[in-house]
Write a protein that binds this ligand. Structure first.
Ligand SMILES: [Zn+2]
Ligand SMILES: [Zn+2]
Length: 383
């Protein structure tokens, strides 16, 4: 299994606490990989960088960032190799950073004139990973709901594999699916509706888009839970026993594609592309946040906007919370449909209710197509 290999290679049996060289080793590898990928983007901008993002890069800043990542990877690599007996992480980080430097580092010139057209979008993948880690890891370390959980909890490498596998192909898929889909906007769009909505203030348009998306989300999410064939795919998202920002990425690609499709189609009827893109950025940030191991919440707000505690109840394996809280933005949508459950405390148990699903990324990807989940506990209850 991929994640087991990663564990064996990097995660030795030594302590992973602060001061053991673990954090510095992980940071060295993370920075090394980012800098190496970024230098590749500078070398092959036409094929690797997203046409939508290219014009907006402050290149001077980006080059400084790449340089900082290379230096950071080497410094953290040295720290980790001093502190830690097993040097795999430190060496890996330093080698990636040295390779990035050997390939020209941050000063690789961009000579070709770039034009629109198919691209892999590696730049967005790297930025996405960097920004997500920079935003969410610190808030989970500063204000955790479950402090003993830690960043490197059980199965974190499985979720890293999910993060990579769902985020990178989404960039490639966006070419295959989103481009035709934006073309489809032309056919799907109802001009009079689009015109009507387009005249409203931007914020109102955005708010309406979030309402439409969340109604669609509620419906497809409800089906993912209630239709046994679909639950096979969605149950993978529910298999996390410890929730944090990266656990939110654990999702089968069929699940992801269905949800995206169901949300995008009704949005295309009446909303402009600018609003849809703004929504996609918003939903990525909010969906990640609602999975966070993050304690603070505003009592007055959490009734109106989905905060971590609300979505944590959706992931609880406690009987009273099963098949509740399907909305991802507005709790009142669940009230409307009678699927609202929100007591004052946090859940105590997470994961699946007695069902067993395969472990490991590849089996989790393939097996839902072949067979349903095993339910040993439920069957034992019946007899
Ligand atoms: Zn669910
Ligand atoms: Zn979730």
């Amino acid at each position: 299994m991929i994640e087991q290999r990663i564990n064996e290679f990097f995660g030795d049996a030594e302590d992973t606490g602060f001061g053991t060289g673990w954090w510095s080793g992980v940071l060295a590898t993370f920075f090394g990989a980012l800098s190496f990928g970024a230098v590749l983007c500078l070398h092959f901008p036409q094929i690797l960088s997203s046409p939508e993002l290219r014009p907006h890069y402050p290149m001077h800043l980006m080059r400084m960032l790449i340089e900082g990542l290379i230096v950071g990877a080497i410094v953290f690599g040295i720290i980790s190799s001093v502190l830690r007996r097993k040097k795999a992480l430190a060496l890996c980080g330093m080698m990636l950073a040295l390779a990035a430097a050997a390939l020209g580092g941050s000063s690789v010139p961009i000579n070709e004139s770039l034009h629109d057209g198919p691209a892999i979008g590696l730049d967005w993948f790297l930025l996405d990973m960097f920004l997500m880690a920079v935003i969410y890891v610190p808030i989970e370390r500063l204000w955790p709901q479950y402090p003993e959980q830690g960043t490197f909890r059980h199965q974190w490498t499985l979720d890293i594999v999910y993060f990579m596998s769902t985020h990178l192909p989404i960039q490639i898929l966006s070419l295959l699916v989103l481009l035709p889909a934006t073309q489809a906007t032309r056919y799907l769009a109802v001009p009079s509706l689009q015109q009507f909505i387009g005249q409203m203030p931007w914020l109102l348009q955005f708010f309406l888009a979030v309402v439409v998306a969340d109604l669609a989300e509620w419906f497809i999410h409800f089906c993912l839970h209630k239709v046994p064939f679909l639950w096979r795919f969605h149950s993978i998202h529910h298999s996390s026993k410890a929730l944090d920002w990266i656990a939110g990425s654990r999702s089968h690609f069929v699940d992801d594609t269905l949800v995206r499709g169901f949300i995008l189609v009704p949005m295309m009827l009446g909303f402009s592309q600018g609003i849809i893109v703004a929504y996609l950025i918003f939903v990525t940030l909010q969906a990640t946040w609602t999975h966070c191991n993050f304690a603070p919440n505003a009592k007055w707000l959490e009734k109106y906007l989905v905060m971590p505690r609300y979505h944590h109840w959706h992931h609880s394996s406690q009987k009273e919370a099963i098949d509740k809280n399907f909305a991802i933005h507005f709790p009142w949508i669940d009230r409307l449909f009678g699927t609202y459950y929100f007591p004052d405390e946090w859940p105590v148990a997470y994961g699946l209710d007695g069902e067993e699903i395969p472990t490991g990324f590849l089996r989790q990807t393939i097996e839902p197509f072949l067979r349903g989940n095993r339910r040993p506990v439920l069957e034992a209850e019946r007899t």
